[in-house]
Design a protein around this ligand. Structure first.
Ligand code: G3I
Length: 444
């Protein structure tokens, strides 16, 4: 009987101990709730948090990495009080993270949640310097390389694309003539100002000269003509033009079928592979792109394009990247749709070029002037697209090219026949809200 009583006593003691029934509760203090800062500057931000009623002070950690394996000088367990603290001495355009612990005597709470912030870009940061590891381009014309065009080109952009003067109808207007003057002017301007140049576009059904559309020779003679044209152009600018749109818009909207261009008719579907191979033969180092529009919004066209790209890659055709023209609107396609489409380029290890970005502010013709509301919506869309592109992996970024400098020069005005404000600059070369949004989107 005595043994049973001892066992019962032992069990009760163990149970009491487990419940802590005899000792005083270990002191504890709740973890604080870190809040988003209200002020972010170029080299500082104000950390904020919800007070813990029992806390006497707090410990503040600030780091450039999410694991807090290193700390900003002076911000490892920095003793702070109240519910905010200005964190200073930071770098501009840099991502930081902070967290806190509450203190009561020697008792320390668990870590709070963490909050992430990016400090602002320095004042007047040009677009090309805000871009992280890729070119910021714009479309140019040889007659617009002086004055304010020249000033903004050199200040803001690191790449240029000939809007129309490097297309077959302008470069090779007749079977026995090449016109190099405009192309040379653009290439020389780029070289003189250490600006990248993207060649656009060797083969495009919309810029095929009449003598090619109505080629009198045999299909073999047609193919030889195309080969000689590509070899001639790419060889001329070898080492100067860093990349080419070899084929532009070969896939039809909606159906995703191959466009029945004269190249398709005279050479068959393999014309695409042959053109890429001929361009590679002329320049072993040039980046070779396929370029097309509505690649985010037209799923059939997008699917057909990636099927074609996969076939080209499977056949070891030298293709380095895909150009999404990105002629879009302030109200679509969505961020998710664009991101999903761009990721299909990344999945293939190819470079992505947002090659002709303009964003229609008036797609539904509901405006006769750019309202403040629509200007801010356009700013948000430019920020979104810049953010999507900036977030792509470094290896898959090449350039984000805007299709023109200022609103009144946009091709869209003639194409759609009504007023719109699709670019970054006003007609008087002043930067729009869209410019600021684009710049913010490029920031880390
Ligand atoms: O500047 C000359 C002018 O001096 C001349 O008097 C006049 C009449 O011949 O032509 C003017 O040049 C025209 C140029 O636009 C003016 O900007 C060209 O003929 C005309 O062909 C050219 O149209 C270009 C179009 O492609 C066709 O090449 C547009 O600028 C250009 O924005 C547009 O861009 C295309 C991309 O290459 C491919 N993606 C679609 C995009 C829009 O169509």
């Amino acid at each position: 009987m005595k043994q049973i009583n001892q066992l019962i006593l032992l069990a009760l003691t163990a149970f009491t101990f487990a419940c802590g029934g005899n000792d005083d509760p270990a002191p504890s203090v709740d973890a604080p709730l870190a809040l988003n800062p209200t002020t972010i500057e170029q080299t500082s931000f104000e950390a904020k948090w919800m007070a813990v009623s029992t806390a006497e002070s707090y410990q503040l950690d600030v780091s450039e990495n999410l694991q807090f394996t290193s700390f900003v000088d002076g911000y490892q367990s920095k003793a702070v009080t109240g519910t905010s603290h200005e964190v200073t001495g930071l770098s501009s355009n840099t991502r930081y993270h902070y967290r806190l612990r509450a203190m009561k005597g020697t008792t320390v709470s668990k870590n709070s949640n963490l909050v992430s912030i990016t400090t602002l870009l320095p004042e007047n940061t040009p677009l090309k310097e805000a871009a992280n590891g890729f070119y910021i381009g714009t479309a140019v014309q040889s007659g617009r390389l002086t004055g304010k065009h020249d000033e903004l080109l050199r200040q803001e952009f690191s790449s240029i694309t000939a809007e129309y003067e490097m297309k077959m109808d302008k470069m090779h207007p007749t079977a026995d003539t090449y016109y190099w003057e405009a192309c040379d002017a653009i290439v020389n301007y780029a070289q003189s100002n250490q600006i990248n140049i993207h060649g656009h576009a060797l083969i495009w059904h919309n810029s095929t000269p009449d003598w090619v559309e109505n080629f009198a020779g045999t299909n073999d003679e047609f193919e030889l003509m195309v080969k000689e044209y590509i070899h001639t152009v790419v060889t001329r600018y070898k080492g100067k033009i860093r990349s080419w749109d070899v084929v532009n818009e070969a896939i039809l909207d909606g159906s995703g079928d191959y466009r029945n261009s004269v190249f398709y008719q005279r050479m068959g579907k393999d014309y695409i592979a042959k053109c890429f191979r001929w361009a590679r033969e002329a320049d072993p180092d040039v980046l070779l792109f396929y370029n097309d529009y509505n690649m985010a919004s037209d799923q059939n066209k997008q699917d057909a394009t990636f099927t074609m790209v996969d076939e080209l890659m499977a056949a070891n055709v030298p293709i380095d990247g895909l150009g999404f023209q990105m002629h879009i609107a302030y109200n679509g396609p969505s961020k998710e749709t664009i991101t999903k489409a761009a990721n299909r380029i990344v999945e293939r290890g190819l470079k992505a070029h947002f090659s002709e970005l303009d964003i229609r502010a008036n797609p539904n013709k509901d405006l006769t002037r750019l309202t403040e509301e629509r200007a801010l919506a356009l700013k948000a869309k430019y920020k979104e697209v810049a953010g999507i592109y900036s977030a792509l992996p470094a290896a898959n970024k090449y350039a984000l090219t805007i299709w023109g400098m200022k609103d009144d020069e946009s091709w869209l005005l003639n194409f759609y026949g009504h007023i719109d404000w699709p670019l970054l600059y006003n007609a008087d070369f002043t930067a729009k809200d869209a410019y600021q949004g684009f710049l913010e989107g490029l920031a880390n």
